[in-house]
Design a protein around this ligand. Structure first.
Ligand code: AMP
Ligand code: ZN
Length: 114
């Protein structure tokens, strides 16, 4: 999508601290980390938010989770655990309009969110 920040990151038109990419997904560090480890995993295909996902996208979304946990382990979070978050639309706090899975860890995280 032309005017999407994360599509531009995927296309490397905007720099990011990339952790992993393959033909379908892209992982990179959050620019404003909320925990000692905070990175995002996104589909390369543009989806504005989770409510757009259809059954045919299930494998792709599963892949986000798989690689999110794989990278979390590589980054030292296997023992302590991590928070896997997907903010969907305004009330949930979504601010970037391309689906992204947050992975946060490295400190205790409170629950429930405010
Ligand atoms: P959300 O509020 O769930 O939509 O999360 C958007 C996240 O994207 C926030 O945690 C931002 O810090 C992060 N973010 C915004 N711009 C960039 C960027 N250029 N590179 C990396 N992360 C970004
Ligand atoms: Zn996009």
């Amino acid at each position: 999508m032309d005017d999407c920040l994360f599509c531009k990151i995927v296309a490397k038109e905007i720099p990011s601290k990339m952790i992993y990419e393959d033909d379908e997904i892209f992982a990179f560090y959050d620019i404003a980390p909320k925990a000692p480890v905070h990175f995002l995993v996104i589909p390369k295909k543009h989806f504005t938010h989770l409510m757009e996902i259809e059954e045919g996208d299930s494998a792709l979304m599963g892949k986000l989770l798989f690689h999110g946990q794989r990278l979390a382990k590589e980054l030292g979070l296997e023992e302590s655990g991590a928070r896997f978050v997907l903010n969907c639309k305004e009330e949930a706090g979504q601010t970037v309009w391309h689906i992204h899975l947050h992975i946060l860890g490295g400190r205790p995280l409170s629950w429930p969110p405010g």
